[in-house]
Design a protein around this ligand. Structure first.
Ligand SMILES: *Cc1c(COP(=O)(O)O)cnc(C)c1O
Length: 397
C-alpha cells in the first residue's frame, strides 16, 4: 500500500506497515540491516552530485543509511512530522537539536522537572558553551512567559516529566514560546506518539529516547528527532555531521522491529500501570502515588485532554523515607532493580540517588523529588504477578 493510502489507516496499522514496505531490491518484507559504512558511487560525476546535494542517495553511514532512513520515515509518519533524524541516543538527539537551534550567547527556557541527564546537560555543558538555560516550573505557562528574553531561541519541555510525572500544557506553552519567536522541543519519551502527539498540539520538534518504549525490549540505545524539513536538514547536515552521534544500522533495525508492536505494548503497559497505581494508592505503607490516570494527580484533567492514554510509568512514595525505599528496592524478586524504562520487563529505581542524582538537594526539593520516592516502569508481565511482588516487598518494610 502506498503512503498516501496508508495515511488514512489507523496508528496500529501504520506501526506495522509504515517503514516503507518490502525492500525495493530483494523484496524482503523487513528492511534489511544495511551493515555498510560506505556506499559506492556509479561514477565520479554521481559522487560529486551526491556531495553537492544535487542527487538523493547514500554516501557514508554517519550521514545516513537505508536502515536508518526506514526508521526515520516511520517515526515522521507516527508523530505527524515532515522529517525525522535517528541518532545514537536520546542525549545525542538533545545536543544535536539544541545546537541546531541555539548559538553561544543565546538562551533556553526549560521546564524544571527533566530526565537527570538533560538537567546535567543544562547545568554543565550548555553553560560551558555559553548557552544559558533557565529552568522554570512550566506547569504554569506564565512562568515561561516571565522567563523569556530577547535572546531565548528555544523552550524545552518534557511531559509527562521524569520522575514526578508532571504534565505541562503543550499547546499553552507553545503559544507563549511562539509569541516570543522561540521554537519548542517536547521530549515525548514517556508518552510515545501512541498516547501523545506534540506536533499536533503546536510544538515544533519532538524528541525521543528511543532506548525506552520505541525499542521496548531493553536491548538497544537510540534517539530520534521529528520536525520540519528545514530543522531536520540543519540537524543532520550541520550538527550530526560534525558531532558524529549517528545510529548504527543494527540499532535502527531493532527500533524498527520495536515499533511494530508499540500499540500492543503501550496498551498493556497502561493497563498494568493503572491497576498497580490503584493498588498502591490504597496501600497503608504508601504515602502518595503519582500516575496521570489517577484523579488525585494534580494535572489529571490536562493529561486527559492532551494524551489518549496515561502510559506505563508510576512514581510513589513509601512511608519511612530513604530507609523504607531501600528496603523495598532490595526486596523485590520479579521486578528488576535497574534504571531505564519502557521495557517489557518491570524496572524499579530510586530517583534521588540514581537517575536524578545530578540534581542538588535544593533542586530535588524544588521539583518535589523526595528520599522515599520510587519510580516504577511497569512492564507487560501479568499484572497479578507484579502486584504480588510489590505486596511481598512492601511487607518487608
Ligand atoms: C533516557 C531518557 C533520555 C536520554 O536518552 P538516552 O537514550 O539514554 O540517551 C532523555 N529523556 C528521557 C525522558 C529519558 O527517559
Amino acid at each position: 500500500m502506498d503512503r498516501e493510502e496508508l495515511k488514512e489507516k489507523h496508528f496500529a496499522t501504520i506501526c506495522v506497515h509504515g517503514s516503507g514496505g518490502p525492500d525495493p531490491v530483494t523484496r524482503a518484507i523487513n528492511t534489511p540491516i544495511y551493515q555498510s559504512s560506505t556506499f559506492a558511487f556509479l561514477n565520479a560525476k554521481e559522487g560529486a552530485q551526491l556531495f553537492a546535494g544535487e542527487k538523493e542517495g547514500y554516501i557514508y553511514t554517519r550521514l545516513g543509511n537505508p536502515t536508518q532512513a526506514a526508521l526515520e520515515r516511520e517515526m515522521a509518519f507516527l508523530e505527524g512530522g515532515e522529517k525525522a533524524l535517528a541518532l545514537s541516543s536520546g542525549m545525542a538527539a538533545a545536543v544535536t537539536a539544541i545546537l541546531a537551534l541555539v548559538k553561544t550567547g543565546e538562551s533556553i527556557v526549560a521546564s524544571n522537572t527533566l530526565y537527570g541527564g538533560t538537567h546535567k546537560l543544562f547545568r554543565e555543558l550548555m553553560p560551558r558553551l555559553g548557552i544559558e538555560v533557565i529552568e522554570v516550573d512550566a506547569t504554569d505557562p506564565a512562568n515561561i512567559d516571565k522567563a523569556m528574553r530577547k535572546d531565548t531561541r528555544l523552550v524545552y519541555l518534557e511531559t509527562p516529566a521524569n520522575p514526578t510525572l508532571t504534565i505541562v500544557d503543550i499547546a499553552a506553552c507553545s503559544e507563549v514560546a511562539h509569541r516570543h519567536g522561540a521554537k519548542v522541543i517536547v521530549d515525548n519519551t514517556f508518552a510515545t506518539p501512541y498516547f501523545q502527539r506534540p506536533l499536533e498540539l503546536g510544538a515544533d520538534i519532538v524528541l525521543h529516547s528511543a532506548t525506552k518504549y520505541i525499542g521496548g525490549h531493553g536491548d538497544t540505545i537510540g534517539g530520534i528527532l521529528i520536525g520540519d524539513a528545514e530543522f531536520i536538514d540543519v540537524a543532520r547536515g550541520e550538527i550530526l555531521r560534525d558531532l558524529g552521534g549517528c545510529i548504527s544500522p543494527f540499532n535502527a533495525w531493532l527500533l524498527l522491529r520495536g515499533l511494530k508492536t508499540l500499540p500492543v505494548r503501550m496498551e498493556r503497559h497502561a493497563f498494568n500501570a493503572m491497576r498497580i497505581a490503584k493498588y498502591l494508592a490504597f496501600h497503608p505503607k504508601v504515602q502518595r502515588v503519582w500516575y496521570p490516570g489517577l484523579t488525585t494527580h494534580p494535572q489529571h484533567e490536562l493529561a486527559k485532554k492532551q494524551m489518549s492514554g496515561f502510559g506505563g510509568m508510576i512514581t510513589f512514595e513509601v512511608k519511612g523515607g530513604r530507609e523504607a525505599a531501600v528496603k523495598l528496592l532490595d526486596s523485590v524478586k520479579l521486578i528488576t532493580l535497574a534504571v531505564s524504562l519502557g521495557d517489557v520487563d518491570t524496572l524499579i529505581e530510586h530517583p534521588a540517588s540514581m537517575t536524578h542524582s545530578t540534581y542538588s538537594p535544593e533542586e530535588l526539593a524544588e521539583c518535589g523529588i523526595t528520599e522515599g520516592m520510587i519510580r516504577l516502569s511497569v512492564g507487560i508481565e501479568h499484572v497479578n504477578d507484579l502486584i504480588d511482588d510489590l505486596s511481598q516487598a512492601l511487607r518487608q518494610i
